[in-house]
Design a protein around this ligand. Structure first.
Ligand SMILES: Cc1ncc(COP(=O)(O)O)c(C=O)c1O
Length: 392
């Protein structure tokens, strides 16, 4: 695949940030940019009809993979938009029934920030803590639900430490209390099984570029029966997507997302097994040379390709600079852009220095055994070279 490292390019181990477009997905998308360029909302000619048919076919295929009905699949620009639409949309439409929302401290900013914005506008937001392995305790959810709770939002897989939350259990608890349940599955979709057919998950977000699909496309699953979830739209215009999300539907991206998701599911079992072997080898190689290394997140209940490690008594900023030849991330991409210690690592109990001295390795389809050997050597060499953190 095109993400292979070359003498000029570092080894790409940042598949939680984004993934390369699979060439098979590109192939599926190509005709929809050029020959079949119609607007799926044009209902007076064949250009529009063909585009509409492609969008509806893609919607059906995505629904089939997720265990949903096609009318429950709404296209957005990505998981950020899906999360905002789910959280703000439910809050607005449930305004008369309650003003309490529950989420978790380790969520992505695309969940935490809309919740924070609601908090600034009079909603009460409960952010549940996680234990040191990154998991939330189902009992804690039960005990914080109230009569005026309108939504629970818990991610399926964490983007930094890869931890898989027990979303089916949490969704059942929410359902028992009559509260809607949303999950940000941007990291989980395509990597672990996601099934919304179990009648407990009401809203689910996913993103094309995390699963070898195109950037700029996402999905929000919105349950349409038992119960029918009502959302107040966030953007208005031509009434696209059942009036929930106005804007011309990007046909090539939609076609690409459907193909990408199907490929992930077809290849998931084999690919997960392969990634687990590579990931565990990387961890073992590093731990054999640096016994003080700490694994962040639950050792087993995590994404197959995710490894998050803390190097004790190492200066994190220097470490990143010393990792020549390796594309990894320190905390999440968003956190490292702000270069603040990761809120996820802080939530599982790491100090600021420990959080700064942590690396996220995200393995993916292009990752080879040779790359893992080389990555281990680079990390071991870099940790040996850099100094201890200076006192703040
Ligand atoms: C868990 C999670 N949620 C949401 C997002 C945002 O997704 P998008 O880039 O599609 O807006 C990301 C991507 O970083 C993510 O990892």
């Amino acid at each position: 695949m095109s993400a292979e490292a070359s003498p000029k390019r570092p080894i790409y181990l940042d598949h939680q940030a984004t993934t390369p477009l699979d060439p098979r997905v590109l192939e599926a998308m190509l005709p929809w940019w050029t020959d079949d360029f119609g607007n799926s909302a044009s209902n007076t000619h064949v250009y529009g009809w063909r585009a509409e048919a492609a969008v509806e076919e893609a919607r059906e295929r995505i629904a089939a993979v997720l265990g949903a009905e096609s009318r429950e699949i709404f296209f957005t620009s990505g998981a950020t938009e899906s999360n905002n639409l789910a959280i703000l949309g439910v809050a607005e439409s449930g305004r008369s029934t309650g003003r309490h929302i529950v989420t978790v401290e380790t969520e992505h900013p695309a969940v935490l920030d809309p919740c924070r914005s609601l908090g600034n506008r009079g909603w009460e937001v409960t952010s549940l803590p996680v234990s040191s392995d990154g998991l939330i305790e189902p009992d804690q959810l039960s005990s914080c639900l109230r009569k005026d709770t309108v939504l629970v939002s818990v991610m399926a897989a964490n983007n930094e430490i890869g931890v898989l939350q027990p979303i089916q259990t949490l969704a059942s608890i929410s359902r028992e209390h009559g509260v809607l349940f949303h999950s940000d599955a941007a990291q989980a979709a395509g990597r672990v099984e996601i099934d919304v057919g179990g009648d407990t998950i009401d809203l689910l977000s996913l993103s094309g570029h995390k699963l070898y699909g195109p950037k700029g496309i996402g999905v929000l699953f919105v349950r349409q029966r038992r119960p029918r979830v009502r959302l107040t739209p966030r953007q208005f215009g031509g009434g696209h997507e059942g009036g929930l999300r106005a804007g011309t539907v990007p046909v090539p991206l939609v076609v690409g997302l459907a193909r990408a998701l199907e490929l992930c599911v077809e290849e998931r079992e084999r690919e997960s097994a392969r990634l687990i072997v590579l990931r565990d080898r990387l961890y073992r190689r590093i731990r054999d040379s640096i016994p003080s290394v700490r694994l962040n997140g639950h050792p087993g209940q995590r994404l197959p390709g995710n490894l998050n490690l803390t190097f004790e008594d190492v200066d994190g900023a220097q470490l990143l600079l010393a990792l020549n030849g390796l594309a990894v991330s320190s905390g999440s991409a968003c956190a490292s852009a702000k270069s603040e210690p990761s809120h996820v690592l802080r939530a599982i109990g790491l100090s600021e220095n420990q959080a700064q001295a942590s690396l996220r390795f995200g393995l993916g389809r292009s990752t080879t055994a040779e790359e893992i050997e080389r990555a281990a050597e680079i990390v071991i060499g870099a940790v040996g070279r850099v100094g201890t953190p200076s006192d703040p």
